[in-house]
Design a protein around this ligand. Structure first.
Ligand SMILES: NC(=O)c1ccc[n+]([C@@H]2O[C@H](COP(=O)([O-])OP(=O)(O)OC[C@H]3O[C@@H](n4cnc5c(N)ncnc54)[C@H](O)[C@@H]3O)[C@@H](O)[C@H]2O)c1
Length: 345
């Protein structure tokens, strides 16, 4: 098999991005079929792209070598379990589940079935982040002393999405927590602060602005800032300071040119994750197809999703209680385990 036939479940914002990748941009994959819980959406999308559609996930599994799951968060864990029991490998958007027990059960079902699960931590597959990570991991930065990352949306997602998102830390900060682990190492303390600048977030028990301070096992410090509505554009940037060098990954501009008027030079900024990360979103699905075809482990695996969600849960608890949460990352045969955490006084 030279190309993996991937069935796509979920045809909303992310599903349509993945559809674009699978329908022609991944050399090792092809789009087998599409499915959405809303059959009208599935039928219309299939007609637009000239691909088959199904009316159930079971039929999607039958029609595909592997599946990509971009459905709403609450459905990820049951669909992962269903795919695993059908013996199909899967790519799944983050997070695996807002419920830790369900996430662990889903990842265990994957491990027992001997199939692959890759999670949608797309920054790990972006050429800029991947190149910086290689040099950090090779030790070119020396000892890491400080990690800083900013993830800010230009405007909030729709209320229909927010109500099932799991909250800012689980939905947004989780990406930063994953890159913190990937670039720097395991985390032993999380202290989070949050605010609802838009009262609508407060009304649903959520926040739209946050700062999270991290202490890493290796002694480095970290700070994450997040906003649901920064206004000026979409920002996803980081710096990793070390004793020998500093790596800085900035949000690229929309165009290569600058517009100059008297006393003012301006450049367009990217507006959302779709504009910022088209290469990464395609690269993560190409990497998934290669992992399945070559029988290799994904860079962003199910246990990484659980670890990042555990850190997001620690941030949520810290924000609610006002106290720092200390963690004891344990290295087990299955992978890193953050399940033992306690709120410090
Ligand atoms: N990696 C990233 O950068 C990134 C960015 C945004 C969202 N996400 C994640 O992607 C997922 C989807 O987010 P979105 O913004 O595309 O949401 P969305 O609401 O725009 O789309 C979700 C789609 O899934 C369908 N759906 C829901 N439950 C289903 C089920 N059980 N079976 C089949 N279809 C179902 C809905 O009808 C809808 O078409 C979320 O889990 C979110 O956390 C990831």
């Amino acid at each position: 098999m030279s190309r993996l036939a991937i069935g796509l479940a979920g045809l909303g914002r992310m599903g349509r991005i993945h559809l674009g990748s699978l329908a022609g941009r991944c050399p090792s994959a092809e789009l087998a079929c599409v499915y959405d819980v809303d059959p009208v959406v599935a039928e219309q999308t299939a007609a637009e792209h000239g691909v088959p559609w199904t009316a159930s996930f079971e039929e999607l599994l039958d029609a595909s070598d592997a599946v990509a799951i971009a459905t709403s968060t609450a459905s990820h864990a049951p669909l992962i379990v269903e795919a695993a029991s059908a013996g199909k490998s899967m790519f799944c958007e983050k997070p695996v589940s807002a419920d830790r027990a369900a996430a662990v059960a889903a990842v265990e079902a994957v491990e027992q079935a001997g199939v692959l699960l890759q999670v949608g931590f797309h920054r790990r597959y972006d050429p800029d982040w991947a190149a910086a990570a290689r040099r950090i991991h090779d030790g070119e930065l020396g000892e890491v002393t400080l990690f800083r990352t900013s993830l800010r949306d230009m405007t909030s997602p729709p209320p229909s999405f927010l109500s099932g998102s799991g909250g800012l830390f689980a939905d947004v900060t989780v990406h930063d927590l994953d890159v913190a682990r990937w670039l720097v190492g395991e985390v032993v303390e999380v202290h989070a602060h949050g605010a609802a600048a838009d009262p609508a977030f407060g009304e649903i028990g959520d926040i739209d602005t946050a700062v999270v301070v991290l202490r890493f096992e290796n002694g480095a410090l970290g700070v994450i800032d997040n906003s649901r509505s920064a206004g000026y554009g979409y920002e996803c940037s980081t710096e990793v300071l070390g004793t020998a060098a500093t790596a800085r990954i900035d949000s690229p501009h929309r165009h290569g040119y600058e517009w100059r008027t008297p006393g003012l030079a301006s450049r367009d900024l990217v507006r959302d994750f779709e504009e910022r990360y088209p290469v990464a979103y395609t690269a993560e699905l190409e990497a998934f197809a290669r992992c399945v075809l070559d029988d290799t482990e994904p860079l962003a695996a199910g246990r990484d999703a659980i670890a990042a969600s555990d850190l997001a849960e620690a941030a949520t608890r810290s924000w609610r209680t006002g106290a720092a949460v200390t963690l004891t990352p344990r290295r087990t045969a299955a992978g890193i385990d953050y399940s033992l955490h306690e709120v410090s006084a």
